[in-house]
Design a protein around this ligand. Structure first.
Ligand SMILES: *[C@@H]1O[C@H](CO)[C@@H](O)[C@H](O)[C@H]1NC(C)=O
Ligand SMILES: *[C@@H]1O[C@H](CO)[C@@H](O)[C@H](O)[C@H]1NC(C)=O
Ligand SMILES: *[C@@H]1O[C@H](CO)[C@@H](O)[C@H](O)[C@H]1NC(C)=O
Ligand SMILES: *[C@@H]1O[C@H](CO)[C@@H](O)[C@H](O)[C@H]1NC(C)=O
Ligand SMILES: *[C@@H]1O[C@H](CO)[C@@H](O)[C@H](O)[C@H]1NC(C)=O
Ligand SMILES: *[C@@H]1O[C@H](CO)[C@@H](O)[C@H](O)[C@H]1NC(C)=O
Ligand SMILES: *[C@@H]1O[C@H](CO)[C@@H](O)[C@H](O)[C@H]1NC(C)=O
Ligand SMILES: *[C@@H]1O[C@H](CO)[C@@H](O)[C@H](O)[C@H]1NC(C)=O
Ligand SMILES: *[C@@H]1O[C@H](CO)[C@@H](O)[C@H](O)[C@H]1NC(C)=O
Ligand SMILES: *[C@@H]1O[C@H](CO)[C@@H](O)[C@H](O)[C@H]1NC(C)=O
Length: 453
């Protein structure tokens, strides 16, 4: 009975929440639109919207994937920030309204936008840069008074045959209409950028000149992108051609991507080259061995072409095989990172390890001392700090085998000590008091003969 009552209270509470939720949603949605969790639709002709619909909270706008605006005779522009909070918007329809202006930054924050339907509006042009960062799969523009100008040339290039399928037409100066696919205004050519040479393979320290030749009408803007470039460089531009001079190329710029791009009102094009800078090996790190599944002597090195690696132990070549091998784990920060990997090494693997790195342009070597296990016949003591290399600030690493050995020895010592204590107690309180006194005396370092007597 009481359980039922509690249940009914809970459902009453829930009902309140739902009502409040509905009220909130109702209040948040613009009066002339209807909103569900993911969709906003504004189709009311009587009470039309003048501006883009906005909900009360950012969280609600985050949930919206679809906005549908139709038959809004007072709706004419999409401005910079109107769609800023609709980050998950995938479908936007504005149709049979009076849309005349779309800001260049309108979709800056709507990276998921795929379907954009702007059919039957008052757009005379749109700039391609509005969509540059997006991945639009459907763009519908029919029923707009598009001008037959170079500004709209990109639509023909982007839409291709789709322009005919949509029956896209443009309006000429005189007022005549013609299919967009026949748009061909004078001095209206998509840019081209050509970077030469297309391959740069030089030795460290060399000087190189890259030439970017651009074409297109109107004259495109030419932009070099070469971040991050370390080597000293200068740009010399004249007309449609620009030269990038690189001096004393640093090995740090190996693999750097250099891009020349050209863009104008019709579109953009770019051309890139990767710098292939040859330089001798450099081992920047060779550190103490550590254990992690396998044992690893870690190293980092650079060099182009990729250096050949060999190892020496005590000056003798290490024969690599299934139990000892060189592994490169990754290439990052311009370096190869890897391990000499050892499977269950023993004391015979101890010693100074030398890494030799060589390529056509030179070589480098570094040595590190590695201790995996004590040599049982070498009289080593357990308390000796096994893994401390004073040249590094790393804390010494104790291999587990040695840790186990320490535990065993400490354990034995503890057991022996307990035994000894026990013996003392027995001697002291045992039946034979004389013997006990002798035992006590023994404890005070009296020569053994006393005990024997
Ligand atoms: C957004 O949607 C999620 C799941 O679809 C829901 O849990 C959440 O309450 C919604 N947020 C708002 C503010 O409507
Ligand atoms: C909206 O997008 C954000 C990231 O941009 C994501 O974390 C969130 O889950 C999305 N919400 C919905 C309802 O898709
Ligand atoms: C817009 O108006 C037209 C005619 O005025 C009507 O046929 C159409 O259904 C309306 N669209 C919507 C989505 O209400
Ligand atoms: C977006 O529009 C397309 C095409 O009309 C439709 O197939 C898709 O279901 C829509 N997606 C959403 C989330 O409304
Ligand atoms: C359509 O846009 C032009 C400007 O491009 C403007 O002069 C005209 O008033 C607009 N027409 C309507 C019906 O809004
Ligand atoms: C662009 O969208 C298509 C499907 O519409 C998808 O297959 C593709 O992976 C998307 N590309 C990017 C870069 O998001
Ligand atoms: C640039 O390209 C044009 C056309 O392809 C060519 O005529 C011109 O000689 C080139 N200029 C340079 C400096 O390579
Ligand atoms: C080239 O660069 C290296 C170091 O990056 C420097 O040591 C050398 O002096 C430079 N050479 C010239 C000619 O500037
Ligand atoms: C640049 O134009 C050339 C020739 O039309 C084309 O092959 C290339 O894909 C274009 N590159 C970019 C990034 O647009
Ligand atoms: C080798 O690499 C280290 C660390 O990156 C650097 O400090 C050193 O200058 C390099 N040596 C040569 C010869 O490039």
């Amino acid at each position: 009975m009481s359980a039922f009552r509690r249940g009914s209270w809970v459902s009453l509470l829930e009902l309140c929440w739902v009502l409040m939720g509905l009220w909130r949603l109702g209040a948040a949605c613009p009066a002339s639109c209807s909103c569900s969790g993911t969709r906003i639709a504004c189709v009311d002709q009587e009470r039309g919207i003048m501006a883009f619909p906005v909900l009360q909270s950012e969280l609600e706008m985050d949930n919206i994937t679809d906005i549908y605006i139709a038959n809004q005779s007072s709706f004419s522009s999409i401005n910079d920030k109107d769609l800023h909070y609709y980050r998950n918007l995938t479908n936007l329809t504005v149709t049979n309204s009076r849309l005349t202006y779309v800001s260049r930054l309108a979709f800056q924050n709507n990276l998921k936008l795929q379907y954009l339907n702007l059919k039957d509006n008052n757009l005379s042009s749109l700039y391609w840069r509005i969509f540059r960062h997006l991945n639009i799969s459907n763009l519908i523009l029919s029923g707009n008074p598009l001008h037959c100008s170079c500004e709209n040339m990109w639509m023909k290039l982007w839409l291709g045959e789709e322009a005919d399928a949509q029956e896209l037409k443009c309006i000429e100066e005189g007022g005549g209409r013609k299919p967009l696919t026949r748009l061909n205004p004078p001095h209206c050519v998509v840019p081209m950028a050509t970077l030469s040479p297309s391959k740069v393979t030089v030795q460290e320290g060399a000087d190189v000149v890259l030439t970017c030749n651009t074409s297109g009408a109107p004259s495109p803007e030419l932009i070099w992108n070469m971040i991050p470039l370390v080597s000293y460089n200068e740009i010399e531009a004249s007309g449609q051609v620009s030269e990038l001079h690189l001096y004393n190329l640093s090995s740090l710029d190996n693999n750097c991507k250099i891009t020349c791009s050209a863009e104008n009102i019709v579109g953009e094009n770019e051309s890139s080259v990767f710098l292939d800078i040859l330089f001798p090996p450099n081992i920047s790190k060779l550190s103490d061995a550590y254990s992690d599944h396998h044992w690893c002597i870690p190293f980092s090195m650079s060099g182009n072409p990729k250096p050949d690696l060999r190892w020496l132990l005590n000056g003798e070549p290490v024969n690599e095989g299934p139990y000892i091998m060189t592994m490169i784990h990754d290439f990052s920060e311009r370096e190869f990172h890897g391990c000499l990997q050892l499977d269950s090494p023993t004391h015979i693997n101890n010693g100074p390890y030398t890494l030799l790195a060589s390529n056509k342009y030179g070589q480098d070597r570094k040595t590190v001392e590695a201790h995996f296990m004590l040599d049982p016949f070498d009289g080593g003591t357990v308390t000796e700090p096994l893994y401390y290399d004073p040249t590094t600030e790393d804390t010494p690493l104790e291999p587990p085998e040695d840790r186990v050995a320490v535990y065993v020895v400490v354990g034995i010592a503890a057991v022996a000590f307990m035994g000894f204590l026990l013996m003392l107690v027995i001697l002291k309180f045992g039946g034979n008091s004389k013997f006990g006194i002798k035992g006590f005396v023994l404890f005070h370092n009296v020569p053994l003969e006393v005990v024997g007597r």
